[in-house]
Design a protein. Sequence first.
Length: 326
Amino acid sequence: MAASCGKDNTPLPAGPPTNLALTVTVSTDNSGTVQFKATATNAVSYDFDLGNGVFRSVSDGNLTYRYTASGSYDINVIAKSASGQTASLRRTITVAVARSLIWADEFDSPGAPDPAKWGYDIGAGGWGNAELQYYTNRLENASISNGTLKISAIRESFSGSPFTSARLISRNKFSFKYGRVDVRAKLPIGAGTWPAIWMLGNNFGTVGWPACGEIDIMEHRGNDPNRIHGTVHYTGNSGGGGIGGTVLSSNVSTSFKVYSVEWTDQYIKFLIDDAVFFTFANSATLPFNQPFFLLLNIAMGGNFGGAIDPAFTSSAMEIDYVRVYN
C-alpha cells in the first residue's frame, strides 16, 4: 500500500481565550459573600486573584467567596485555554462586612471579676521577663467598682515579692478566631509600670510560647509615657525580636482611650481611638490562624518595664469594657 502523503489528523491547538467577561454579585446582607462568574471563548479554566492575597482556580468560571473584612479589593481573573494561552481582566469591588458583638464584659457588677469570663494567673518567678510582681486573685489587685475594672499594682511584700498585681485571662472560658477587639482603658502611671492588653494562642499549653503566637494589642512603659506599643510574637520573632509598631498618644494615664486590634487571615491591624498605627501581614504559615484568648495585666519592672520609681506605691489600669466582634 502506498504511504499517505497527506496531512495528519492532529487537531490544531485552540486559540487564546477571547471575549473574557466577569460578572460580580456582592451580597447585600453585609456578610462579605461575593459571587463571581467569568466566561470566555476557548477557556478551560479560570484563576482568580481576589485582591487580599487569596487565589482560587475553577474550571467553569463560577466562584463564591466570603471576605472577612470590609474594603475595596482589586480582582484579577485569568482565563486559560487548553494550549496554555491566557487572557486577563481586572475589576475593583467594594465589600461591606457587618460586625456583630460575640463577647463582652462591661464591668457593671461590683466586686470580683466575673468568674464565668475571667480566671487568673497566680504567682511570681519573673514570668520569663525578670518581672518583680506577684500575681494574685485578691480584690486588692483586681476589682470592679463604679462601672470599671481596676487592676492595681501595689508596692508590698508578698510571698517574697516586692509588688503585687493581677493578670486576668479568658483561657478555657472564651477564645475566638479573627475579628476585632476594643478595650477602653486608662493606664497606670509610674516608672516601671508595664500594663498590657494582649492575646495568646489556645495551643499555648501544648506547644508553648512563642510557638502559640502572641498578639499584644497594647503595651505601655511608665518609663516612656504615652508611647503605645502593638506587637506580634512567634517563633523566630519573639521577645525583643517581636514585630510591631508604636504611636505617641497623649494623657493615656489620665483619660480613657480605646485600644483595638483587627485580625483576619490576611492582616493584624493595631489601633488607638480607631486610628491604625501598625499593620502586620498574616499568612497561613504563621500561628495567627487559630483561636486566641485574652489577657489583662500590669507587670512591674522586668526587661521591658525597666527601673521602678523608688517612690512608687500603687497605680491601676482602669478598664471600662472589653468587646469582641466577629
